[in-house]
Write a protein of this length. Structure first.
Length: 198
């Protein structure tokens, strides 16, 4: 990696850190490009150059947080020898992290009529990129850790997407403790695999 690319990455990380700290302190609606630039020690124009819009900033924050969640998925799945138990462990880990993530809790605590709902949209109505990225990682983890599966490649992709969407739903609208929700999701996966193997 060249020094210039590394420097750009460091600036971006500083900006994302500043934005996250602001969100956790006073909420997403208080985030402005000027404020983030000031906190990171760069101009407002630099923030616009990095993210384009405030919505673009929200997307990059969400994708960075997703990366942290997916590290938990890989670790949890790698610690189990059986696929359905691996899915259960991964789901529980992600849901526990969702409860502890100050960023996620702040977003979920936003008022539905708040003027600035960029972040909430990214996790709900505009969650396509998050779902796609998560499906790629989870599917590859299944293929790497638990070959072979009784599902075709297309069926596995559908099953993984269902799991990802259920977990995202449980994060944004929790109705059960993480362990119970994870057990329910793993049960559904187990039924799918039994059906495919029958």
């Amino acid at each position: 990696m060249t020094a210039g690319v590394q420097s750009v990455g460091l600036v971006r990380d500083r900006l994302l850190d500043a934005a996250q700290a602001t969100i956790e302190d006073t909420g997403w609606s208080s985030v402005t490009m000027a404020r983030i630039g000031e906190q990171a020690g760069v101009s407002r124009q630099t923030v616009y150059n990095e993210f384009g819009t405030k919505h673009g900033l929200a997307e990059q924050l969400a994708m960075r947080e997703l990366g942290r969640f997916l590290e938990v998925v890989r670790e949890r799945m790698a610690s189990e020898t059986e696929l359905v138990e691996g899915i259960r462990a991964a789901c529980e880990g992600v849901l526990l992290m969702g409860e502890r993530s100050l960023l996620v809790r702040t977003i979920m605590g936003s008022l539905p009529d708040e003027h600035d709902t960029d972040f909430l949209k990214i996790l709900t109505t505009e969650s396509g990129e998050i779902v796609e990225s998560a499906v790629i990682v989870v599917k590859q983890s299944v293929l790497d850790l638990y070959p072979p599966t009784p599902l075709t490649d297309g069926e596995l992709e559908v099953a993984v997407e269902v799991v990802v969407r259920l977990v995202l739903s449980a994060i944004t609208r929790p109705s059960k403790p993480p362990a119970d929700a994870a057990t329910d999701i793993a049960w559904i996966v187990g039924l799918a695999f039994k059906g495919a193997g029958g």
